[in-house]
Design a protein around this ligand. Sequence first.
Ligand code: NOJ
Length: 587
Amino acid sequence: MSATSWWRDAVIYQVYPRSWSDADGDGFGDLRGITARLEHLARLGVDALWLSPFYTSPQRDAGYDVSDYRDVDPLFGTLADFDALVARAHELGLRVVVDVVPNHTSDEHPWFTAAVAAPPGSPERDRFVFREGRGEHGEEPPNNWESFFGGSAWTRVSDRPDSWEAQDGDVPALAGPEADGAPAGVPGPGRRREQWYLHLFDVSQPDLDWTRSEVRAEFEDVLRFWLDRGVDGFRVDVAHGLVKAEGLPDADLSLDVQRDVTNLLPMWDQDGVHEIYRSWRRLVDERDHEPMLCGEAWVVPAEALARYVRPDELHQTFNFAFLLTPWDVEALRGAITESLESAEAVGAPQTWVLSNHDVVRHATRLGRDDAATIVVTDGIGPDDPQPDAELGLRRARAATALMLALPGSAYLYQGEELGLPDATTLPDEVLQDPTWERSGHTRRGRDGCRVPVPWSPSGPSLGFGPSDPWLPQPEAYAALAPSEQDGVEGSTLELYRHLLRERRERRLGRGRLTWIDAPAHGVLAFKVDDVTVLATVGGVSVPIPFDHRVVAASGPLDGAADDTVLPPDTTVWLTTPVASADGGVLG
Ligand code: NOJ
C-alpha cells in the first residue's frame, strides 16, 4: 500500500460491527465475523473499511457510549481479535479506519461514575459539564438545550434512570432547602447538592468538558493506543460538538440544525474545536503511514464545514449536504459545485456519501416521491408511506454511479452494494435506538438501516450468523444476498464492482470535474477528465451520442447497439474514441 495521500481519493466502506457478520452465534456481529468476510471487500474493490465503535460499552447507543476506549466489548470479541482483523485487512491491501467518540463517554465510564460520586466543583466533575439548575431551588435545567434524541439535554444527578444506584460515600438522603437547594419533600436517593449534567445525546452519554487539558491528553493517548495497533485513521464522532459556547447560553430552538447556519446554535461548530483538530493532525502526522482523520460534522454552510479540513486540521469531513440533496438536477448540480468549490478553497479533497448507520438508506429514501420530506434520522415505520422498492433501487444505483464518478473520496455503507433497502416495517417492540424512547415514541430512529446484512438466501439470519439476528431482516433481503448476485450480470453487486474498478483504473477520484451542456432538460451532465457522465434525474430519456462508448451504466439501456437510449433514473459513464497517431480511431 503506497501512502501518497491515499485518503484523497479513497473509497471507504463502513462496517457496522453488530450487523455485518456474526461468528460467535449470539445474534450480534463481531470482529471475528468481520475478519472472516474481508475478502468480500477486497473483491468489491474498496480501499479501506471504517469500523463503527466496537469498544467496551453498555450499548445504550449501539456502542457510541464508550466505557473503555482502549478495549473491545465482549459482544464483539477481544483486542487479539482486533489485531487479527487489522493484520488480515492489511494483507488484503485494505486500510482500517476506526471510530473515536470524544464528545461524550458512557455513564459507566470510570470518569463519570467518579464524577457523580464526587462533590460539585471537584476535579472529577470538572471533566464533564455539571451545572447548577435554574429556578429558586435549582429544579429547572441550566439552559434550554435539547438532546438530539429528544427531551432535555440535561439530567439532574438524582433523576438518573432507575439503573442508577446511590454511590458509596454519597451524602445520606436529606430533604430541605439547606441540604441541596431543593424544596423539602422532593424525593431523591442519596441527595446532595443536586447538579445537572449535560448530554447532547442519550442520558447515558455525558458530554465531556473539552476546555480541560486532562480530557485533551486522554484522547491523544487513546489515538496513540490505536495507532500503535496499526490503524490507518479515525472517524471523529460529533466532530463539531466538542466545544460549547462560553456560558452555555440558551439556544434558539426555532433553528433547523440541518439548514440554518450551524454555529448560531451554542452547542455546535464553535471556534474552539479547530485547535483540537490541529493538535490531532500533528499527532497523526508523526506516523509514516499517513493515518487519516475524517470528521462527522453536520455543519452548514459549506464554507464553515471546509474550515475543518484546512491543511493543518482534519483530512476529510463527511459531505452530508450531498447525502441530503433531493433527486433533482438543479439541486444536485448546486450541491456538487458548492462541495467542490468549498473544499478546493482550502486545498482539501471533497468526500461523497449517500448512506450510513444514522440515515434511511438511499435505496429507500429515493423510492419515495416525497423523499425531501423524510427526516433521515427518524426512520420509516409500518404506518408511514412505504417506498417503491423498484424505483428506489433504480435511483439508488444511478445515484451511486453518479457519486463514484466524482473527484475526491467516497464512503459506502455496508449492504448498499447489495441494494439493501431499510427495514420499514419493524414492529415497535424490537426498536432499540434510544431515539424511540426519548422522543416518547414519536420518532422511530435508526434501526431500519442497521438490520443485519444477508449473506445467503436462507437460514435463521440469511447467513449473517447461526442464530436469529438482533433485528429481524425484511423478506426482501434473501434475494439480495451476495451469493445470489455474485457473477450475475446486471446485479447491484456486480455494478458496484464494475464502477469501483473503472473508477480506480481511470483515477476518477483524482480527476477534475467540468460541467457540460446537458442533452436535454432533466439530465445532469459533466465530465471528469475524459469520462462523460450523464444521469437522467428528471424522469426523461435521452439518446446516447452514437460516437461514445459506454464504460458503465447503472441500469439497462434501451434500444439497439448504435441507437442506444438512456432511460429515466439511470447514469452512464461514456468515453469518446481517441484518434491514434496514424489517424485511426482507438477504443
Ligand atoms: C453520531 C453517530 O453516528 C451516531 O450513531 C451516534 O448516535 C451519535 N453520534 C452520538 O454518538
